[in-house]
Ligand binder design. Structure first.
Ligand code: F0G
Length: 457
């Protein structure tokens, strides 16, 4: 008998979970103003709100934490991180920040002026927020197939080179850089192929523009290249990572994802001049250039996390768990972004709840139903997240209304995946009876989904 696939690690430390009852959850979600961000963690059984900062560190990472050097300037932990970034990612210079959006803030403070255009594949919401906050524009040139949730394509995260080229012909004078988000979170954690990274590089070279990778899930992207792209099957993930970044001039990183730490980020770059320019912003917003909002122990854990996070065995365990959940949902006939992404399953709320008017936030409604059913917390990637148009103040209705079920790294087992799938199936089976959604009672002027307050429509 062939031995089945199983995890490439075992568990050394555990944390109890509380299941809760449906009655308790009815009250809790009402008190939370139907915003899943407002729930307390003990009110959630299986937490799929995000894969960001929610992973389990390894014994090697915890050991490295004990050796953190907390010197204000020039700490050894900074050097450890520098060595990891140089050897694994191939960038000579870097600047630590407290998380990914801080890296965006520091870098964009130097590079983005009012009226600029930043084209690329789909921008993550904080990236878009930091662009629009500076009265500049995020231009989404993602391939069209990304929006057909039930069509299989191995690289739905790609930039459409024709769209990008057309945009650059018309607006290149107002473009400070091109951005590629690997993997493309907004499109469903979908990877970008090496061929596509090369194509973007060629367009950038033609117009003499730098390329920035938003790299939160770069290692999952590299895994998919190895598994799906011809010519890469015999390369190691680390070799693929090196080649990916060879097409970029700079990167922003949320270390809370693929580097498997609970907090941290950085900007990395090839230009010493740029490093000097952004060091002013880092010192103002984050901290001195050798810690930038991170403690020494956290930089040590991050250095180890970059190494572990780019190991094939770990990535295979990780992605196979998401695929396991996807296979269950498929078995139950539930529509989702196909194939599943590297960090999450994105369930298609437009297809499940067409009877709920889109003005009543279909994906959020599905998220609330799933929580009530099984204590499973996902997150809306739909009209609430899309915010209002900054000029017209009208609601923006994106092409897709998705409920993202993001799986924390090394945290849950496949039994948990079974519970998630069963809870969603129960909601799916009674989908026809769900006709009322939600309406907003209060919202913030930007990035409203974190704090929005809702009631039943
Ligand atoms: N870029 C991408 C692609 C992201 O997914 C995130 C965060 C960031 C940048 C910002 O990083 O949170 O460290 O400030 N994504 C989280 C998520 C929040 O749930 O997808 P951060």
């Amino acid at each position: 008998m062939e031995l089945p696939f199983s995890e490439s690690y075992k568990i050394k430390m555990i944390e109890p979970l509380y299941r809760g009852t449906r009655e308790e959850r009815e009250q809790w979600i009402k008190d939370a103003k139907y915003n899943l961000f407002n729930l307390k963690s003990h009110q959630v059984f299986i937490d799929l709100l995000t894969d960001s900062g929610t992973g389990a560190m390894s014994d090697r990472q915890w050991a490295a934490m004990m050796q953190g050097d907390e010197s204000y300037a020039g700490s050894e932990s900074y050097e450890n991180l520098e060595k990891a970034i140089q050897s694994i990612l191939g960038f000579e210079y870097f600047m630590p920040t407290h998380q990914g959006r801080a890296a965006e803030n520091v870098l964009f403070s130097a590079l983005i002026k009012e009226g600029a255009y930043i084209p690329g594949n789909s921008h993550f919401d904080t990236t878009k927020g930091h662009i629009e906050f500076r009265r500049a524009h995020a231009v989404d040139c993602t391939v069209d197939v990304a929006f057909e949730t039930e069509t299989y394509d191995p690289f739905k995260g790609n930039v459409d080179p024709d769209k990008l080229e057309k945009f650059m012909t018309e607006h290149h004078q107002d473009v400070p850089f091109i951005i590629v988000t690997v993997t493309n979170n907004t499109a469903g954690g979908q990877p970008v192929s090496m061929g596509n990274l090369k194509a973007v590089r060629a367009i950038a070279d033609k117009y003499k523009k730098p390329v920035l990778f938003d790299s939160a899930r770069f290692a999952e992207n590299a895994y998919f290249i190895k598994i799906r792209e011809k010519g890469y099957e015999n390369k190691t993930v680390k070799e693929i990572v090196k080649e990916m970044f060879s097409y970029a001039d700079m990167m922003t990183m949320s270390s809370k994802k693929d580097a498997i730490v609970n907090m941290g980020g950085f900007v990395a770059m090839r230009s010493k001049e740029l490093w000097r320019e952004i060091s002013v912003f880092n010192i103002m917003y984050e901290g001195f250039v050798t810690y930038g909002g991170m403690s020494g122990r956290d930089m040590n854990a991050l250095a180890v996390g970059l190494d572990e996070g780019t190991e094939f065995d770990y990535l295979e365990t990780r992605v196979k768990q998401i695929e396991y959940l996807g296979a269950k949902l498929k078995e139950y006939g539930i529509p989702f972004q196909t194939p599943v992404g590297g960090h999450a399953v994105f369930v298609d709320a437009n297809k499940i709840l067409p009877n709920v008017p889109k003005e009543e936030f279909r994906a959020q409604t599905l998220g609330i139903e799933l929580y009530l059913e099984g204590g499973v917390r996902g997150v809306e990637i739909g009209a609430l997240l899309a915010d209002r148009d900054p000029i017209t103040r009208e609601n923006r209705y994106p092409k897709m209304e998705l409920l993202r079920l993001a799986i924390p790294r090394r945290t849950y087992t496949n039994n948990h995946m079974d519970v998630i799938a069963a809870a969603l199936k129960n909601v799916y089976d009674r989908r026809e009876s769900i006709t009322n959604g939600l309406k907003i009672t209060w919202e913030a002027p930007i990035m409203r989904h974190f704090t929005v307050e809702l009631e039943k429509a």
